[in-house]
Write a protein of this length. Sequence first.
Length: 455
Amino acid sequence: MIQRHVVFVDSTLAGLLAFKTAKDLDCRVTFVEPQDTSFLAISTKDRDRITPYLVYVDRHVVLPTVADGRLVDELRKIAEAQPIDALITTSEAAILPVAQAAQTLGLPAPDAEALQDAIFKDRCRRKLAEAGLRSPRHQVLSEADLLADRGRIIRPPLVVKPTRGFGKQFSAVCKTEAEFVAFVATLNAARKQSDPMINLIVNNNYILEEYVTGSLHSSEVIVKDGQVRCYATTTRYRSQHNDLLEMGYSMPSGLEGHKLARLEQYVRDVFRCLALDFGLYHVETLYTDEGPCLVEINARMMGGVGPQVYQALSDRDAFELLLRLYLAEDVAVDQEAIRGAATVVLVGAKNEGVVSGNFMQEELDALLHRYGISFCTLRLTPGMPLRRFESNLSALGHVIVHGANPHSSALKGDEFLRELDVVLGVELAKYIEETSKPLAQPSAHLGHRCRSPVS
């Protein structure tokens, strides 16, 4: 039997795990690593975090750019050695060029035009409004108009973000006019100081949206032949010091049955509206008093350590779902496969600082053991400089905290952060106000205070 050939283009750090899954499925693996707009390169400069996964790669191709037809040209060369069966990316940066290349080569992929309607926030909002699906009031301004405050209709409280974003860069929740003015005043400097790759990915048009109140959730969605199925749903938590920043999420969501059903139906309606009939997606929504409201569609599978927590709770490999989908195999989806609950906690410094000179790894190990945490990506040293947590790219790492239910695991995660403050000698960002505990019901906090659609 001829080995099926899977080509991955770029990756997230967690997405590197897909290489091993592909080998377990007896596939030949090619990895195309772009040099101009790479999620992997933005995520880490430490090649030691990448190299261990390359043992599962049969061919590693470094490509200067995936733009201007270069990706298609390279893929045709790769296919000369062995035809390509699946072309896949887990990277936000590579979504569009990979879909366009797949269509050109006749490989399974989401329709590139429909994909743009989903990931460009202004196009997505317009489509939803035309279909009568709930979406916040908004407007679009060029960066020049935003900086000059020309033509603005939407007033605080509002959310401002690029129409094509990345990692919450150049975005803000502005609850007052003063906060909006402060954001605009720092935008030019933020652009100049940013990684050049980010500026290539993030465009220069901005969407301003009214601030919407509700609990924040994500739906992990698989679509085949137009059939939309959710295989996991989470409740997500925002930082107390910056409502823009997500600090973690609990799986499963803990939503009541009727709310979960309504949320899933809304997601199906959104996908039909956008004519998305194939792929794996990470969809964020707010559940408001009036029902669900779309935050954004990420046209790739769950990121961060989502695949790890999903596997820990379901004993199923999310990368196997991805691969079997793109290899045109049957894919079984069962939300009942999730057993127990866990909260992914993102660790980040509330303010710029340094790890205590007295920090000892043994103390951290003891704390992790006491909380029953076996999954931890923190890599810390005494005196290590800490950036202020202000985007996905300034996080220190993640831990997965298990509990009897979503609420208890989230509370346990918060307690862990407070004890970690002492171990590190710095104040970390939190997602629960100290004054809000103890609580009778999960809905009183833990992501159920005011939330707004930010990417």
